[in-house]
Design a protein around this ligand. Structure first.
Ligand SMILES: Cc1ncc(COP(=O)(O)O)c(C=O)c1O
Length: 460
């Protein structure tokens, strides 16, 4: 592979003290960035995490905030003890921070949930009875199945261009009445999205609300409900560098206040008799059971860290990584980068691709076993989209975030180049549907890692 593809141009004129080029160093420190993993041929390599779209490592600031909060942890909302009051304040402060991070309007509600899937199932129970939902066929299953299960739902085929897709969306919104349009903020397969302001305009003109599946958007781009005009946003803490079991649904109060409690139980009520229950208003109405205080604290810490980045820094960082990745993949023979739309703008750092003649699962196993690189393979919980893109058997996906660098991208490109020129260096077999080295000596190390021995820090 040509090194010109992998190396940023060097100029003589850059002053010695200038800031590193976008993507050269992590934008924010993540926990475990130096973790070594065993290789199948022996030895170790620094783990390259290019699967941040699935789950992203905790920011160091998030881990530190959780460690600070742990000694203060006590029961929430119901305890009279001092630490109960502190924990309750931590939880409610976190809620306010999360709401602020996504630009909630004054009368919006922030329900703290487990993750995006939870948020979308919650909202599915809040759309007024009979109200139809409109989605595109490029959605993650989390933004498809709750609507299918609830019904009625229309799944609109994505057209080959953004312009045609918007035209079809507009026509459908005129042809039939919808309560809600549920769109991805950024595809978990390609990082692309429709222009949100235009979707909001079309939907609102037709009397429909807009839900943004923000799972792949909120951790990567500034997003604001107030500025975009969208009515709801859902996102996950574990994709926002806060893997402590928390997520959020933020948006208009009326549907959330009128709907049945999502999780009936303690904390969601005002008064209970054996005959009847008077439910609390949102958000508590939907948060039955003991709240996840540390999850909320972690999520708020991640929101604060991302919000404190200089405007545009995150987008610049991820753009630099994506451009290097897409250019490098394009230079490899037989590699096809997937796109939904020919004319989409500014995709996030999620890139899916196929390698001609190679099973994606085998390539992913090779990258892990021989190079210590983590990517995703399969159909990414987006079966209708993968079928539409002509890859019903699946693809590979590399995704970047604040903790990734150009060096990580180059490690992937070099490993793929070696795969194409020399093939895998050990034999692989399918075991229970997954490819893995036929004879894998790493099993003992994996067992040790599971027992808590961990993986060693990289030598510097
Ligand atoms: C676009 C999109 N929406 C929803 C989800 C579901 O997120 P979670 O698994 O955190 O509920 C994902 C997860 O990958 C996603 O990428």
């Amino acid at each position: 592979m040509s090194s010109a593809v992998l190396c940023a141009p060097v100029t003589d004129s850059a002053p010695a003290t200038s800031a590193p080029a976008a993507g050269a160093v992590p934008l924010l420190p993540v926990v475990g960035a130096d973790t070594l993993v065993p290789l199948v041929a022996g030895g170790t390599a620094r783990y390259v995490d290019l699967d941040t779209a699935a789950s992203s490592r905790a920011l160091e600031s998030v881990a530190a905030r959780v460690a600070e909060a742990l000694p203060l942890y006590a029961s929430v909302h119901r305890g009279a003890g001092y630490l109960s009051q502190v924990s309750t304040a931590l939880y409610e402060d976190a809620r306010a921070t999360v709401a602020g991070f996504v630009g909630a309007r004054a009368d919006d509600v922030c329900v703290l949930v487990r993750h995006t899937t939870d948020a979308l199932n919650l909202l599915a129970g809040c759309v007024p009875d009979g109200g139809a939902v409109l989605v595109l066929d490029c959605e993650h299953h989390a933004d498809l199945l709750p609507w299918q299960q609830r019904g009625p739902v229309t799944v609109l085929p994505t057209a080959p261009t953004v312009v045609e897709t918007l035209r079809a969306l507009g026509a459908e919104l005129v042809a039939a009445r919808y309560a809600l349009v549920a769109v991805t903020g950024a595809s978990n397969v390609t990082g692309e999205a429709l222009p949100l302001d235009e979707v909001v305009q079309l939907a609102h003109a037709a009397g429909a609300r807009v839900l943004v599946d923000g799972a792949q958007l909120v951790p990567h781009r500034r997003f604001s409900l107030a500025a975009s005009g969208a009515d709801y946003v859902a996102f996950s803490g574990h994709k926002t560098h806060a893997p402590f079991g928390s997520g959020a649904l933020v948006g208009r109060r009326d549907w959330l206040d009128a709907a049945p409690a999502y999780l009936a139980g303690g904390g969601a009520v005002q008064e209970v008799t054996v005959e009847e229950t008077s439910w609390a208003a949102a958000p508590h109405r939907h948060e039955g059971g003991s709240p996840n205080v540390l999850g909320a604290v972690a999520l708020a810490a991640a929101c604060e860290a991302l919000a404190a980045l200089p405007a545009g820094a995150l987008a610049d960082h991820e753009r630099a990584l994506r451009e290097r990745l897409v250019a490098g993949l394009g230079a490899l023979p037989g590699v096809r980068v997937l796109r939904i739309w020919a004319d989409s703008a500014e995709p996030t750092g999620v890139v899916s691709f196929t390698v001609a003649g190679a099973d994606p699962g085998l390539v992913a196993a090779y990258l892990s076993a021989e190079h210590g690189i983590g990517v995703r393979d399969g159909r990414f919980c987006a079966h209708p989209l993968l079928a539409r893109l002509g890859v019903p058997a699946g693809a590979l996906r590399a995704s970047v975030g604040v903790g990734c660098t150009l060096d990580d991208v180059d490690r992937l490109l070099t490993a793929l180049d070696a795969f194409l020129s020399a093939g895998p260096q050990v034999a692989y077999a399918r075991v229970e549907g997954r490819w893995q080295p036929a004879d894998d000596p790493r099993a003992a190390e994996l067992a040790a890692a599971v027992r808590g021995a961990g993986c060693g820090p990289a030598e510097r």
